[in-house]
Design a protein around this ligand. Structure first.
Ligand code: SAH
Ligand code: SF4
Ligand code: F3S
Length: 453
């Protein structure tokens, strides 16, 4: 027997992906699955114990998310002790930021990669299996990873398309510019092609994704640079598209044309996530957000002048270094003035490598907690009132899937509220009139309006 012969490699049949973080990470996990299916014919499984490869697509936006990665890795370590051929990869924003440190802390991790290198997964996995090495790939290549990804099969009736990635805004608290790299916009033709393919698969609602979608500046169909508004007019014209959404927008780039688009494009749904972070000018300045309180409020006013029914949501950070009681009161005051339909509220946590991490994290934890609770209770009140306002209304619901309760279907209103109602699976993909009969904190209950109602 040849002395060089090593034990045969186990076959690669199954893949498990654990995803943390934002919608962009969800999208990326889908693409990782696509590319691994194409290269190895892998089948996605729902449990890590059934997988030959485990990939984690991580998020490092806040402290706890990162710790979650290490505790989850502890679980996978036990699986690997039983099956040494199991491949464990850590991708996403923690992968990008931590790089080799992950393998120092968790030596059983075979592969660390970043958001801009996942198109190389097949060759990396091949090398790991062949040479039995551990690899780290966290550079940000110039080439467009999108050119290397296989065609994506639309999932269900609602799906996403990444239109731009990265961020050049450098808010002082945020890791994204370091983990995702600079703003990079895909050409309009590529975006339209991906949308058209999804529509031909039966998708009827598309969300355009980016860290700052309204910072989009991509190569247009006429060879000129197109901005985000030009792009959404083009996407909205695609045959078969019933609904169009996008996320996330930056207040600094809310142009009048974009506000107006909500009135002019029937497919563009009346819901906007426009994170403000703080209502205090001093904090906005310290955070390097690039706009002040009044500019934000003016954008909201302009949006509502074009689309009075638009639902709004925001992200908030409490306890940023130096935040005084007055600063925090200004945030509450701004929220009262705007009246949101939903909000995501966070306690500031210092992130390694960000400018704010050098400032003293000087708002005591107990005060951060107290502020968070006060803000959350105001936001819950506003969200509840928003839901209760829907009572008795007849709203258009895009039916997405069967809900957990037998005989119930689930979908969303144009302003992004979840509605449950008695229905059947043939209704999936249709926009149907539903009368709202109950309002809960996070969802609504309705009854389908039948002909003659
Ligand atoms: N691009 C988007 C948001 C991306 S991150 C924007 O500019 O608005 C999502 C949210 O996480 C942010 O809006 C912010 O509220 C929160 N966040 C980011 N870094 C944080 C930190 N260090 N501590 C607490 N919350 C943070
Ligand atoms: Fe982070 Fe600011 Fe960029 Fe949003 S705009 S991703 S908060 S740096
Ligand atoms: Fe998290 Fe990276 Fe998204 S840090 S929020 S996964 S861009």
């Amino acid at each position: 027997m040849n002395a060089k012969t090593t034990t045969p490699l186990l076959s690669l049949d199954t893949l498990f992906i654990k995803t943390y973080g934002c919608q962009m990470n969800e999208y990326d996990s889908g693409r990782m699955a696509d590319i691994m299916k194409q290269a190895y014919g892998l089948r996605l499984v729902a449990k890590p114990e059934d997988a030959d490869i485990i990939l984690m697509n991580t998020c490092s936006i806040r402290e706890k998310a990162e710790e979650k990665v290490y505790s989850e890795l502890g679980r996978y370590r036990k699986l690997k002790l039983k099956r040494p051929d199991l491949i464990i990869g850590v991708g996403g924003c923690v992968g990008q930021q931590e790089g080799e440190r992950i393998q120092q802390r968790a030596p059983y991790v075979d592969l660390v990669f970043g958001p801009q290198t996942y198109h190389r997964l097949p060759e990396l996995v091949k090398k790991i299996r062949r040479d039995r090495v551990r690899l780290t790939q966290t550079e940000m290549p110039e080439i467009e990873k999108f050119d290397h990804l296989p065609r994506h099969q639309g999932q269900g009736v609602v799906d996403c398309v990444t239109i731009m990635e990265g961020c050049d805004k450098f808010c002082t608290f945020c890791v994204v510019p370091y983990t995702r790299g600079p703003e990079l916009s895909r050409p309009v033709a590529d975006i339209l092609k991906e949308c058209t393919e999804l529509l031909s698969d039966g998708v009827v609602e598309i969300s355009l994704l980016g860290q700052n979608v309204n910072g989009y500046r991509g190569l247009g169909l006429d060879g000129e640079v197109w901005d985000f508004t030009m792009l959404i007019y083009a996407v909205a014209e695609l045959d078969g598209l019933k609904r169009l959404r996008f996320s996330t927008s930056h207040p600094m780039e809310m142009s009048s044309e974009l506000c107006q688009a909500f009135a002019e494009i029937p497919q563009l749904m009346p819901y906007l996530h426009l994170p403000v972070q703080s209502g205090s000018n001093a904090m906005l300045k310290a955070m390097h957000r690039g706009h002040d309180r009044d500019t934000y409020l003016l954008s909201i006013e302009e949006l509502r002048s074009h689309c009075p029914t638009i639902a709004l949501s925001s992200d908030f950070i409490v306890g940023y270094p130096g935040e005084s009681d007055e600063d925090f009161e200004a945030t509450l005051d701004l929220a009262r003035q705007v009246v949101y339909d939903a909000a995501y509220c966070f306690k500031y946590s210092p992130r390694p490598g960000t400018p704010a991490a050098h400032a003293e994290d000087n708002v005591p934890e107990a005060l951060k907690d107290e502020r968070l609770q006060r803000l959350l209770s105001l936001m819950r009140e506003q969200a509840k009132a928003g839901m209760e306002r829907q009572m008795g209304r007849i709203v258009e619901v895009l039916v997405e899937k069967a809900s957990r309760d037998e005989g119930d279907m689930q979908g969303r209103t144009s302003d992004y509220r979840i509605v449950h109602f008695r229905g059947n699976e043939r209704q999936i993909g249709q926009v149907m009139p539903v009368r709202i009969i109950e309002a809960y904190g996070q969802s609504l209950r309705g009854e389908l309006m039948l002909a003659g109602d």
